[in-house]
Design a protein around this ligand. Structure first.
Ligand code: NAD
Length: 505
């Protein structure tokens, strides 16, 4: 029996319950179907066969979930941070205990390779631990002295919040958004992406089995335009933490306007990796390849635009193309697989259409360029490199969200910066140079929320995560997450009998 056969057997055992019972919502501590009894199917991108029927929640389900979150809020918010800390650590322990199950289910539902998903479950647990440790201090503020006054600031949880997540690495992203909300003392209604609902169900079950009180975390599955929209419009939901496409962010902002929703957006990217001739070219090539082809290229922080100094452009692109051609495409549960099938036939079609578009725009295919054959015959795409690209081409401007890299030469630093900034997006940037003065100057001018110098994306959880321009609004990580999920309150104490204006005698 091969490792893949063995893994498939394990995955089947873990999927069996979803095949039998479907994917239910979780409201007020109870598993339940959609109020109107309807379902939709989640399909595996490996062979396009349905995995399970999913509760098709709509406005009525969101209303129930929001009310449950509102009811649970008082006690949860009042619980001492030290107790919340213990509970969130118990959730992290339980995630670790079920990491293999989570990873296998995620691979089958999303097409992401086990190589990366095995770590995603552990990273999810880390997210809980990180925010758990900060829960006891979340309410702390400052003391500000004024003339005749001492001001004390404190923070209070904002209330029940809505969390809306996308389908790329859904487990990890859900923990990234939900853990700080819970640590801050908020209750949650989670609406996961319709293409990848399975691990969100596991996650809420794990949390409740670890002792999270009913109603603190509610799960409503459904489509964006009904369940998602209803969540953003619900008056009891005080804030929306959203991860997804930029145009959905705009819709959510409009939908939430009537109830003055606080919003936090982590949106799309078209991130540049800028390589100067003085860089360590082998390390830069490895990092560029990792950042576009890992996670099937379905990664908001992927380095999808390769900007290379003209003097090394051809040699560098040849290096990247060679590596891209050697990448192993295969079944997500094969431990050797790097690139698996894309999430869904709809997305597969979109990514393939960009390969056609690149050709018709006049770019050259240096690696890949088409559909790939993979086990199950699902949504596979070859890791692709386009050279001869101009920054005005649509393949260089629009987020493809697949394993597709576009290379553009630059003649000097000024042109590199202009090209890097000539985009609607501003999530990440990756700079490769040995010149530290240039690195300081360049990163100062680069329009991005997060920049790595001589490195791929290596997350350090206390640092701020987020984008500028169409890539987002607000920051996660460290204390920034608490700033979003909490209200800051100021209390002024008079320290002297100051003169109060006497009106009316
Ligand atoms: P999407 O915007 O289509 O969907 C995301 C979520 O929003 C889903 O749960 C969906 O059901 C919901 N939704 C859709 N329409 C809605 C509406 N009108 N009201 C409320 N909710 C609605 O995004 P996707 O295709 O699932 O994910 C891919 C996108 O996510 C890419 O653009 C990617 O860059 C982005 N992303 C960003 C980050 C980041 O941290 N910046 C991380 C991961 C993914």
């Amino acid at each position: 029996m091969t490792a893949l056969d063995d893994n498939l057997k394990k995955a089947e055992a873990w999927l069996e319950r979803f095949r039998r019972d479907g994917v239910l919502n979780q409201i007020g501590g109870e598993a339940m179907p959609a109020a109107d009894g309807t379902t939709f199917e989640t399909v595996s991108p490996i062979d396009l066969k349905p995995i399970a029927k999913v509760a098709h929640g709509k406005a009525e389900d969101i209303d129930r979930a929001a009310k449950a979150a509102k009811t649970a809020f008082r006690d949860w918010a009042a619980m001492p941070g030290a107790e919340r800390k213990k509970l969130l650590h118990r959730i992290a322990d339980a995630i670790v205990a079920r990491a293999e199950e989570i990873a296998f289910v995620e691979c089958m539902d999303t097409g992401q390779a086990l190589k990366f998903m095995a770590k995603a479950a552990l990273r999810g647990a880390e997210n809980f631990r990180f925010f758990a440790d900060r829960a006891p201090e979340a309410r702390d503020g400052r003391a500000l002295h004024g003339p005749g006054q001492i001001n004390i600031t404190t923070r209070v949880p904002i209330g029940p919040v809505g969390i809306i997540t996308p389908w790329n690495t859904p487990f990890m992203l859900s923990t990234w958004k939900i853990a700080p909300a819970l640590a801050a003392g908020c209750t949650v209604v989670h609406k996961p992406a319709e293409f990848s609902p399975l691990t969100a169900r596991l996650l809420v079950e794990i949390a409740e089995a670890a002792g999270l009180p009913p109603g603190v975390w509610n799960l409503v599955n459904g489509l964006g335009e009904d369940a998602g929209k209803a969540l953003t419009e619900h008056p009891d939901i005080k804030a929306i933490g959203f991860v997804g496409e930029s145009r959905t962010g705009s819709l959510i902002m409009a939908q939430g306007a009537a109830t003055l929703k606080r919003v936090h957006f982590e949106l799309g990217g078209k991130n540049p990796v800028i390589v100067f001739a003085d860089a360590d070219l082998e390390r830069a090539a490895d990092a560029a390849v990792f950042m576009i082809y890992s996670l099937n290229g379905e990664r908001c922080t992927s380095s999808s635009r390769l900007l290379v100094e003209a003097s090394i452009h051809d040699e560098f692109c040849a290096r990247v193309a060679e590596k891209a051609k050697r990448i192993r495409i295969g079944h997500p549960l094969d431990p050797e697989t790097v690139v698996g099938p894309l999430i869904h036939p709809v997305h597969h079609k979109k990514v393939l259409s960009y390969l056609e578009l690149g050709r018709s725009e006049g770019a050259t295919i240096a690696a890949g360029g088409g559909k790939a054959d993979g086990p199950g015959g699902g949504c596979y795409v070859q890791p692709t490199l386009f050279t001869g690209v101009k920054n005005t081409m649509r393949i260089a401007r629009e987020e493809i969200f697949g394993p597709v890299l576009t290379a553009i030469p630059f003649k000097d630093e000024a042109e590199a910066l202009a090209l890097a900034n000539d985009t609607d997006y501003g999530l990440t940037g990756y700079l490769w140079t040995a010149d530290v003065t240039r690195a300081l100057r360049f990163t100062d001018g680069l329009e991005a929320g997060m920049i790595w110098v001589n490195s791929e994306n290596v997350r350090h959880l206390p640092t701020p995560f987020g984008g500028v321009k169409s890539s987002g609004m607000g920051r996660d990580g460290g204390d920034w997450s608490f700033d979003f999920y909490m209200e800051t309150k100021n209390i002024a104490f008079a320290t002297a009998p100051h003169a109060i204006p006497k009106l009316g005698g």
